[in-house]
Design a protein around this ligand. Structure first.
Ligand code: BES
Ligand code: MN
Ligand code: MN
Length: 456
């Protein structure tokens, strides 16, 4: 199908496409919150019902029913050829702080050409738009590869269930190409083929002190303070130049090849555009290392939240019993999550402030970072298709973010990953007022309409 034929199909079907998109967005499928398990199941069932008329056999994989199910679907090839496995996630991030939403997070609302809702982009909008493109190709009688689909409900909380099931499901997931619909364009809006993702490991570190909250006058100067301690512990993670101070953490890091470095840096990094969009200059991380390199090819240790003691109105003179910080680390090849974890544990024990005890809990993630070849047959097909989607053609990017299950899916299925998505910074994923523009939606639709036939 040509791009203009696809666009005509989109225009003719626009009302129905958006109605289905809105139905999908209305499910509050917050996969990390057990209270929303029934919503996740209902959402996954809705997706199966959506896929069946497209010629898929589709079912839920439920395990013992305690976690959000997988959607597993398959459509036979029109002729013998490649098998494509599409991966995406139907779970979404929590919506808090909910009062910052201009319209309720699960009541999709269009404003200025953008659909606002939790999941409008990440990730429901991305794979749903792509599947609409596939629908157009099917209705137009295009020759298609065998297509398998796996949509999980725990990507935003570590992909535990899919990681657990992947080996058992390997025959049903086996494919030549692993098409991932969960990434972004480049900062200027050009389509991007993602050639690397960072891995992730996250955990909670708690410092415990006095048995009960103490009067800060009666005990000040006597009792060690966990809130002060957590600040010191967090501060100990970095050197004054912004580099990571955890011994051994950065062992085995593989620097980008010359070709990767050249492609990653050739477009430069627009610091003012970054500041205009997010409100701060890109001065985080290690001094003297270019912004792109810090984000794409270097690991990080970030504090996601730090809590302890009194936070209410006015003052309360108290030494709290405990304080904690939630941390996440981004990993690059070849940092092994297990080794990194050993280094972190040793660091926290060594730096635990005197008189307090340190506790590490809620350790999740544990997936490595990876890079992909930039000159494979599959990337060449993708480049040709993306030139049709956008005449400027595609660039390669190395994302700082993570999609924890991709490396494992690649290893289990033997498929070559192809990561193309249409997200932009202004979509504000994970943030109140997440949105996806209908232009981005339509680009994802065109990509879906063109890439499946191209992979047949
Ligand atoms: N879709 C994102 C990852 C992403 C964002 C890729 C932007 C490319 C550009 C994914 O849903 C995500 O948020 N991943 C989490 C995983 C974590 C919760 C284990 C992340 O990176 O923090
Ligand atoms: Mn996502
Ligand atoms: Mn996400």
């Amino acid at each position: 199908m040509t791009k203009s034929a696809l666009d005509a199909w989109f225009a003719a079907n626009r009302v129905a496409i958006l109605a289905d998109y809105y139905s999908l967005l209305r499910f509050p499928s917050i996969g990390g919150d057990p209270a929303h398990l029934p919503d996740c199941v209902a959402c996954a069932e809705w997706v199966c019902a959506f896929l069946r008329p497209l010629g898929f056999t589709a079912e839920l994989v439920r395990g013992d029913g305690s976690k959000p199910p997988l959607v597993l679907a398959e459509r036979p090839a029109d002729a013998s050829g490649r098998t494509v496995l599409l991966y995406g996630h139907y779970d979404v991030q929590p919506v808090d702080p909910v009062d910052l939403w201009e319209t309720p997070p699960f009541e999709p609302a269009e404003r200025d050409g953008r659909v606002h809702a939790r999941g409008a982009q990440d990730d429901k909008g991305q794979w749903f738009a792509l599947l609409q493109g596939l629908r157009a190709a099917i209705e137009n009688g295009e020759r298609l590869p065998a297509i398998r689909i796996v949509l999980e409900g725990q990507e935003e909380s570590g992909s535990g269930f899919l990681a657990e099931q992947a080996l058992d499901l390997r025959r049903r997931l086996a494919a030549d190409v692993l098409l991932v619909a969960d990434t972004g364009k480049d900062a200027s809006g050009r389509p991007a083929i993602v050639a690397g993702l960072r891995g992730v490991i996250h955990f909670t570190v708690t410092l415990r002190g006095p048995k009960y909250d103490l009067h800060s006058g009666q005990h000040g100067g006597l009792a060690p303070n966990p809130a002060q301690g957590i600040a010191e512990l967090v501060a100990s993670l970095h050197n004054p130049d912004g580099s990571i101070a955890v011994k051994g953490f950065c062992d085995n890091i593989v620097d980008p090849t010359e070709a990767e470095f050249a492609l990653a840096t050739e477009r430069g990094f627009d610091e003012n555009a970054y500041r205009d969009e997010v409100g701060v200059f890109p001065v985080g991380g290690e001094r003297g290392v270019p912004a792109i390199v810090r984000n794409s090819f270097r690991p990080t240790v970030e504090v996601n939240g730090i809590h302890g003691g009194y936070g209410g109105p006015g003052s309360k003179t108290v030494i709290p019993t405990h304080a904690f910080a939630k941390l996440s680390c981004r990993l690059v090849p070849d940092q092994s999550p297990a080794h990194v974890w050993q280094c972190l544990k040793a660091h926290f024990e060594e730096h635990c402030p005197r008189g307090l005890t340190v506790e590490l809990t809620e350790v999740t993630g544990n997936e490595p970072g990876f890079r992909l070849p930039i000159d494979s047959p599959v990337t060449r097909i993708a480049q040709d298709v993306l030139r049709e989607v956008d005449p400027r053609g595609a660039v390669f990017t190395w994302e700082g973010a993570s999609i924890p299950i991709v490396a494992r899916l690649r290893d289990v299925t033997g498929a070559a990953p192809l990561l193309v998505g249409f997200g932009m910074q202004e979509d504000r994923i994970h943030c109140p007022n997440e949105s996806f523009s209908l232009d981005q939606f339509q680009d994802a639709f065109r990509w879906g309409g063109l890439i499946f036939p191209a992979l047949a």
